[in-house]
Design a protein around this ligand. Structure first.
Ligand code: HGY
Ligand code: MN
Ligand code: MN
Length: 393
């Protein structure tokens, strides 16, 4: 709740975009918490944050948990933040239990998971795992034309005394606790979800180019109305993508010159399409260019794919470790596929990785009304603590 007040909105949500003053303030709070329980603090060249509990084998690859603290502009208090706070609670529980782990246990805060300011997201985990080149990440601009590298340097300069670590250091395992962001666990009445994997997603930007004109004088037959063409394209996609299990939206939509009496000359819109089956996602994503071309009317259209993530399955050894930990605590748990993307997606290609889900009220997320029961979050955190202690011993 204290973390949620940083960037808190009047609708009881959170707006704490990556590398903003609000996020810098949140980083300061976490560093204070880490100092209070004796964790050492590190960062890296992409400003991921690491809080470390030493193990008896100081140089062993750490067991890592964590998530992100950046939010959507109309985000909730728990998306990302829960996984970071759960890491602190789990480590404190391990410290208080007197268990001294063999391997170090660390909490990580991945930079810019959401990608709402600098897009696409997951920059911190992609740079760490080398799944996206740094130079590509650093040149991304936000809506005000600020480059990622400028905001990154400003953030890093705020914490001059934090030791730097290399990107990509070895890890024994990565476990991310996160809210489900869907309704399944709540409907089942099950407090813990053992995540089986993450569905695939493909993200595009479509630029439609027409011509400005006088709203009152230019004959309709001579118009190159970029907005009308964009609407035709989106309508055609909604029809083509109306199949089982597909998730599809055009969340970002920019019109210019965006004034009432000028025929729109330019539209830029996003496509976020997801599906658990790799072949279906491939087929649907590959159809986008054709659908846009067929519906461009008198306008020009350019389709750019900016991110592609295959469906993935987390390793059984990690899923079993989480499920057994819940069992030992007498906590009911169920396997569940993640429909949302997470940094764990990138870590899956770096080390044995898994996720633990908590229910969230009516599955609401990426919405200021996102809400969770503290008891549910505590239950997931207990399973996380046992899982981390096991993996680190
Ligand atoms: O879009 C996603 O799935 C993630 O919550 N950013
Ligand atoms: Mn998240
Ligand atoms: Mn999110």
């Amino acid at each position: 709740m204290k973390l949620a007040r940083i960037g808190g909105t009047e609708n009881d949500g959170v707006c704490r975009l990556a590398l903003t003053d609000e996020e810098i303030e949140a980083r300061r709070l976490l560093i204070t918490w880490a100092d209070e329980i004796g964790l050492s603090v590190y960062t890296d060249d992409i400003s991921n944050l690491f809080f470390c509990l030493e193990g008896t084998e100081t140089d062993a690859p750490p067991v890592v948990t964590g998530s992100h603290i950046d939010s959507q502009p109309t985000g909730g208090k728990f998306d990302g933040a829960f996984g970071v706070v759960a890491g602190f609670e789990a480590i404190q529980a391990i410290q208080e239990s007197g268990v001294v782990p063999t391997k170090p246990i660390e909490i990580v805060v991945w930079m810019n998971e959401e990608g709402s300011r600098f897009s696409p997201g997951m920059m911190g985990s992609e740079a760490f795992t080398g799944r996206r080149p740094m130079e590509q990440i650093l040149e991304v601009k936000d809506v005000n034309g600020i480059r990622t590298v400028e905001a990154l340097e400003k953030t890093l300069a705020m914490f001059p005394n934090i030791k730097r670590r290399s990107l990509g250091f070895p890890m024994t395992a990565f476990i991310e606790a996160h809210i489900e962001q869907g309704p399944i666990l709540e409907e089942l009445g099950v407090p813990v979800g053992v995540v089986t994997g993450i569905q695939g997603s493909r993200r595009f930007r479509v630029r439609v180019t027409g011509d400005e004109g006088h709203a009152g004088t230019l004959p309709m037959s001579d118009r190159k109305d970029a907005l009308f063409s964009a609407l035709e394209m989106i309508g055609a996609m909604r029809q083509a993508f109306d199949t089982d299990q597909v998730k599809f939206t055009t969340g970002l939509f920019q019109v210019s010159p965006n004034v009432p009496s000028v025929v729109p000359s330019n539209v830029l819109f996003s496509i976020d399409i997801r599906h658990p089956d790799g072949q279906t996602l491939k087929r649907l994503g590959n159809a986008i260019s054709g659908l846009c071309e067929e519906n461009r009317g008198p306008c020009a259209v350019e389709v750019m794919e900016i991110a592609t993530s295959d469906s993935l399955e987390f390793p059984n050894e990690i899923r079993a470790c989480i499920s057994n930990s819940a069992q030992e605590l007498g906590i009911e748990n169920k396997p569940i596929l993640s429909m949302a993307g997470h940094d764990a997606r990138q870590l899956h290609y770096h080390c044995p990785t898994g996720m633990i889900f908590s229910p969230c009220e009516e599955g609401i997320s990426h919405n200021e009304a996102e809400n969770c029961e503290p008891s549910d979050l505590a239950t997931v955190t207990r399973v996380l603590a046992v899982t981390l202690a096991k993996l680190a011993s």
